[in-house]
Design a protein around this ligand. Sequence first.
Ligand SMILES: Cc1cc2nc3c(=O)[nH]c(=O)nc-3n(C[C@H](O)[C@H](O)[C@H](O)COP(=O)(O)O)c2cc1C
Length: 192
Amino acid sequence: MKKLLGPTDRLYPMPSPLVLGGTMAEHDALAVAWIGIGAGTPPSVAMALRRTRRTLELIREHREFTVNIPRADDAAVVDYFGIVSGRKTDKFADTGWTAQPGSVVSAPIIAECPYNMECRVTHEIEIGEYVLVVGECVESHAEESILDDTGEKVDVMRLDPLVYIPGSREYRRLGEKVADAFAVGRTIESKE
Ligand SMILES: Cc1cc2nc3c(=O)[nH]c(=O)nc-3n(C[C@H](O)[C@H](O)[C@H](O)COP(=O)(O)O)c2cc1C
């Protein structure tokens, strides 16, 4: 038996990156769970930001943002960026985290986050209290320590990203590998 839970905004699990808007001179960042890949070609990020967010104002002003993936051990800092507004305080000064110049856009990346994506805004769609912001990813950065042995791809266990669970409102880290994607499905024999 399944129980009806009604319309929901809960997907399991969710990422919990910090999204930064602004410039080196003036910037703000917030925690964003409602974020994902909107397209592959061109590579695009889509995220839902409530209209009241200070970071959204900066993104709309400069038309750029960065997505910064934090480590699981940094849950307290990420949560702080998600419960305090940059309208009231300088979250970077409070946490000691640092914005550093990216390579392509003027929005900085966050030094303490080992994986970063630089994006330029391509679309905005207003949905109720939210703005769905889509940005094309024009560059990405990875700390060498999170790359696999080939040095070409991110090893997700070395990245150890923070994961957010809605409903229970908790942070978690990833568990063990269960199978190879685009491959394990071939173990099922066609009935045709
Ligand atoms: C785990 C977590 C996930 C969040 N996800 C979102 C989100 O997807 N969209 C959003 O608008 N706010 C989200 N928030 C709330 C903002 O991060 C929060 O309101 C923040 O203080 C806004 O900061 P700002 O006003 O400095 O931009 C989330 C908060 C937490 C703790």
